[in-house]
Design a protein around this ligand. Sequence first.
Ligand code: GLU
Length: 468
Amino acid sequence: MKIKTRFAPSPTGYLHVGGARTALYSWLFSRHLGGEFVLRIEDTDRERSTQEAIDTIMDGMNWLNLDWDEGPYLQTQRFDRYNSVIDQMLEDGKAYRCCCSRERLEALRAAQMAKGEKPRYDGHCRDSQYNSDQCSVVRFRNPQEGSVAFNDKIRGLIEVSNAELDDLIIRRSDGSPTYNFCVVIDDWDMQITHVVRGEDHINNTPRQINILHALGAPIPEYAHVSMILGDDGKKLSKRHGAVSVMQYRDDGYLPEALLNYLVRLGWSCGDQEIFSLEQMKTLFTFDAISKSASAFNTEKLLWLNHHYINHLPPESVAVYLSWHIKQQGIDTRNGPQLVEIIKLLGERCKTLKEMASSCRYFYEEFDEFDADMAKKHLRPLDRQPLEALRTKLAAISEWNVENIHQALQSTAVALGIGMGQIGMPLRVAVTGSGQSPSIDVTVCAIGQQRTLTRIDGALKFITAREAQ
Ligand code: GLU
């Protein structure tokens, strides 16, 4: 059997991390078994669905590198198909027209509630022979006897008595098919073998299975994935910070880190924490998915991001870094290659956004020194070491880390001072701040001419300070 799964978001907002994890699990399951993956946009709710949401969902999927083999299908483009199945069901007696007025349904509901019963349609129009001119909605003739059971791949056996299920409306009075019905026809037409979706859809599954049975369609397997909670145990929402996948991109995360984080959020494989996409594909199974809700932990995501910044090939990190650098308006034409920046700053940065803002001094002049740092390290007594060092740096004919290190060391020895006493003034002089990787590699990447000019700037600053 050819495995086929799908991700079927409703385009009423951005792709959030819960949806992305469901998409990932569905994608992994099919990729693990060499199957296919379908992207389907469930846009039947025309009032709440937007093109912008469709675009951001696809951006999110693309950014995460979750590719699809078919689609995106749009449900709104398939209304003719849904309606023709409904017409056939009416003809076959598998569905019926219902003319119950709103008032009748409200009264029924109130009476049931008063008796402490679950409100449900009582089948009043089941045996009437209304035609399309008389009646408003079409209902599915749900079996009245027995029960419907399915073996959820995450939750085990789930069984619901048909007495609990009423006759679902499958076509509204305006002629539009309803959500649950469209899902059923799509899963059938698209030959979906495994439905992986959020646990909020568990209640829909028995109804959908009954409709599939009525149509003589094969029943897919189902896997309902649990919710993601915030670190305070409440349902994950905007209150907890970023929930949109693209916000994670904007905040400087690598897709590899977010995917690794999401796969582990509810799935495990021994005590392994780091999974490349290839490893996930090889190892992923439903057996190891947890039934309970998982709590989002930003610290762990940051830890993973730091790991991937330092362990992926710098060339591929550079592609993402360059996006952030553009966002921050840094012109990198005159300065080190981005792979160089990743090697220099990788250890110190947990996000690419942070890396982009920390690398500015490699490319651009700064207007002023950090006030505290300048106060501490650009004092009149730092003039002599800086001047001596400038002479030595200017004399270097081959600008490399070793020669720079030599220059620093011999200046310190000649003046009888510690390396820190020369290193810190130099750091403030060339970066404007007190933070940078090891000073010799930093200076090397900044370049000889730029370093000398910046030392001159620092000496000028000291002169101005002396004059005060
Ligand atoms: N459109 C539904 C949602 O976004 C998913 C339904 C399904 O996967 O069957 O929650």
